[in-house]
Design a protein around this ligand. Structure first.
Ligand SMILES: [Zn+2]
Length: 160
């Protein structure tokens, strides 16, 4: 018989407002699924939006889930307590050139998204910083190729 992994589902509400009916509904289905399969139901608070998150909303969400009888397994996880983990992986992505710092403001990003949606385009961020990074990478690659070809010519000269 193949080994089945233990079911582990979660609800991850943002404490940027009171318990939302949609969150309660998702929590109910996940809780039922976990209970039916002998799994775990985890509560993880998505509190990385520091500006909009508030303790009173977190308390309301917790009280609401308790009132609904949707008890969770283990401690309450908070995304903000895992920032060290994210920083480690962020550094890896930055070092590998797979991520870049974007200095656009929330307002600029919102304006860009609205303009794209008005043109019926899929919303995406076209960052000049990303383009600059890509250009730099292309230039570096071209430089390396030139270097490689001149090395090859030198080698050829040497071997002749
Ligand atoms: Zn940007």
């Amino acid at each position: 018989m193949e080994k089945r992994e233990k079911i582990r589902v979660r609800i991850a509400p943002s404490p940027t407002g009171n318990l939302h009916i949609g969150t309660a509904r998702t929590a109910l289905f996940n809780w039922l699924f976990a209970k039916k399969n002998g799994g775990e139901f985890i509560l993880r608070i998505e509190d990385t939006d520091i500006e909009r998150s508030a303790k009173e909303y977190e308390d309301d969400i917790i009280a609401g889930l308790k009132w609904l009888g949707l008890d969770w397994d283990g401690p309450i996880y908070r995304q903000s307590e895992r920032l060290g983990v994210y920083e480690k992986y962020l550094k890896q992505l930055l070092d590998a050139g797979k991520a870049f710092w974007c200095y656009h403001t929330v307002e600029e990003l919102e304006a860009e998204k609205n303009a794209q949606m008005k043109r019926k385009e899929p919303p995406r961020h076209l960052c000049a910083r990303k383009t600059q990074n890509a250009k730099r990478k292309t230039q570096n690659a071209k430089r390396k190729m030139k270097q490689a070809s001149s090395d090859w010519r030198l080698m050829k000269i040497r071997t002749e």
